[in-house]
Design a protein around this ligand. Structure first.
Ligand SMILES: [Zn+2]
Length: 258
């Protein structure tokens, strides 16, 4: 198997950021972890996306859409059989409409908040219903399978010996999960938006990725709950898991994939 890290949206919020997707070539089909910003979002942004691009100083480059990168890597888009999402915010779920045949795996509580009418938090407005207007082939999961590293999980896909799991890491959204992938070298966990810079989960000296004046923003958007859970999980897995996230352009775990 091979994992191709993809950057499906570059932006600049004081410091550069990316939206990281992982394209897994299992040898018997492709699995896309996170879908990034979609092709139509780049080409025909609606009002929500125009505001989003302006607020993030985002690079509106359609070549960053996952589907364009899949093709550049020499694959056919139809080979993407499964999409697994950490959560359904607009910068993570947009590309799923470019693969309408794919089975989309999501934690049931996340699907409920994203597609429901009941919005109570600021971040509940970070979803774009256009992304599922095509009627995806949803696979809604609950964390009730055999535990992983002693942690609750949902075992969502197994293709050619590669396993992909959803591991609840609530905080950023009520149904936010990490996506664990089995590799020949051990497990790789895409922790989505549970954290945004490696320094936040440093095992010896975790520190904030935000300047002091922006800590309120950090608590609101990336609450500590998700990072605490992640740190506990990494401790109980005692070094068997490499971890990356969605928005850190310099993730050590991903550099090791290259
Ligand atoms: Zn995000």
């Amino acid at each position: 198997m091979k994992i191709h890290p993809l950057n499906c949206f570059s932006f600049h919020l004081g410091v550069p950021g990316i939206t990281r997707c992982l394209l897994i070539d299992t040898g018997e089909g492709l699995i896309l972890v996170e879908a990034g910003v979609g092709l139509q979002d780049f080409l025909q942004p609606n009002l929500r996306f125009r505001i989003f691009f302006a607020a993030n100083r985002g690079n509106r480059n359609p070549e960053q859409a996952a589907i364009r990168q899949v093709i550049r890597l020499g694959y056919k888009p139809e080979q993407v059989q499964h999409i697994v999402l950490t959560h359904m915010h607009l910068d993570h779920a947009g590309g799923m409409g470019d693969f309408p045949w794919a089975r989309v795996h999501i934690y049931r509580p996340e699907h409920k908040v994203a597609t429901g009418q009941h919005k109570t938090r600021v971040l509940d407005y970070g979803y774009e219903p256009r992304h599922w207007a095509h009627g995806p082939d949803w696979a809604l999961h609950e964390a009730q399978d055999e535990p992983w590293c002693g942690w609750p999980c949902a075992r969502v896909v197994e293709l050619a010996g590669t396993q992909v799991l959803l591991v609840p890491l609530e905080g950023h959204t009520p149904g936010h999960c990490g996506v664990a992938i089995s590799t020949p070298e051990g497990w790789l966990l895409h922790a989505g938006d549970a954290y945004v810079r490696d320094m936040q989960i440093d095992p010896l000296e975790p520190r904030s990725a935000f300047p002091r004046f922006a800590r309120g923003f950090e608590h609101l958007i990336f609450p500590e709950q998700g990072r605490h859970r992640l740190q506990q999980l990494l401790k109980s897995c005692s070094g068997q898991v490499q971890v990356t996230c969605a928005h850190d352009p310099h993730s050590t775990a991903v550099q090791q994939l290259a």
